[in-house]
Design a protein around this ligand. Structure first.
Ligand SMILES: NC(=O)c1ccc[n+]([C@@H]2O[C@H](COP(=O)([O-])OP(=O)(O)OC[C@H]3O[C@@H](n4cnc5c(N)ncnc54)[C@H](OP(=O)(O)O)[C@@H]3O)[C@@H](O)[C@H]2O)c1
Length: 238
């Protein structure tokens, strides 16, 4: 058996991945703020899941919770960060921007640091983060969401560079979904919306192959190429 922690496993992609891991010889520590949803998931397979309720924006409690989960599991091979938030914010309400930064930047960084430092000491481990195709360009309707996803993408590239200079086998995977059918998928004009099952199946395959980066679903790579190729002057008017 291997051991994993999934941050943000109460719903959506994180819950789907936690279930898939439980069918593939993993014991899993699952986290989120909604205790009852963690307990519902645990009730489906009591021997596979250990739960911990905490808010990733409260960085004071992150290390102690992750340390406790790792010890209860008896080790850690894989940590997946699927916690995230993002709201449309055309009026630039700072409370929304701050919540997005606290979750997707500060919480993400604190968890990544704990995981990377542990994997460095252990000389092995795999960090997987659900970023977004949105991180490739700015967004006028959700500025903080796209900017925080760009931060995650760059941060993970930095960690991969750091890992390549270390002894041992530390892997870092950047998972970039387009649209997946969860509470998070917001706004008009959605297309190529993947089911959670299809998205998590593709993510799990990428984890097994220890990919550096993957688009979910695969055809979002095409959108990524187009997005990155649009000149700034034209992009501003879209
Ligand atoms: N769905 C899409 O179309 C899409 C596209 C691109 C990227 N993504 C990314 O995929 C990741 C997962 O999102 P999802 O689509 O699965 O949406 P979701 O169903 O809303 O899941 C979000 C998860 O994050 C957790 N979370 C949020 N804020 C938290 C906080 N402050 N502390 C602890 N946990 C927190 C939630 O748990 P609690 O509420 O219980 O705390 C929940 O488990 C996000 O990073 C999102 O940006 C999604």
């Amino acid at each position: 058996m291997k051991n994993a922690i999934v941050i943000g496993a109460t719903s959506g992609i994180g819950k789907g991945l936690a279930k898939l891991l439980s069918e593939n010889d993993y014991n899993i520590g699952i986290t989120g703020r909604r205790t009852e949803l963690l307990e519902d998931l645990k009730a489906q397979k009591p021997n596979s899941f250990i739960t911990k309720t905490f808010d990733v924006t409260n960085t004071e409690v992150i290390s102690e919770n992750l340390e406790a989960l790792k010890n209860e599991l008896g080790g850690l091979d894989l940590l997946i960060i699927s916690s995230g938030t993002g709201d449309l914010n055309e009026k630039l309400d700072f409370d929304i921007e701050k919540r997005t930064i606290d979750t997707n930047v500060t919480g993400f960084t604190c968890i990544s640091n704990w995981a990377f430092n542990f994997f460095e000491r252990q000389k092995s481990g795999h960090l997987v983060v659900i970023t977004s195709v949105g991180g490739l360009r700015g967004s006028g309707i959700a500025p903080a969401y796209n900017a925080t996803k760009a931060y995650q993408i760059n941060y993970l590239e930095g960690l991969r560079q750091k890992a390549s200079k270390l002894e041992g086998q530390i892997f870092v995977t950047d998972v970039r979904p387009g649209f997946v059918d969860t509470d998070m998928a917001k706004g008009e004009g959605q297309f190529w919306v993947a089911s959670v099952e299809k998205a998590t199946r593709q993510i799990f395959n990428a984890i097994k192959q220890r990919k550096k980066m993957v688009y979910i679903t695969k055809r979002w790579k095409l959108i990524a190429i187009i997005l990155k190729g649009i000149p700034g002057q034209l992009y501003d008017r879209l």
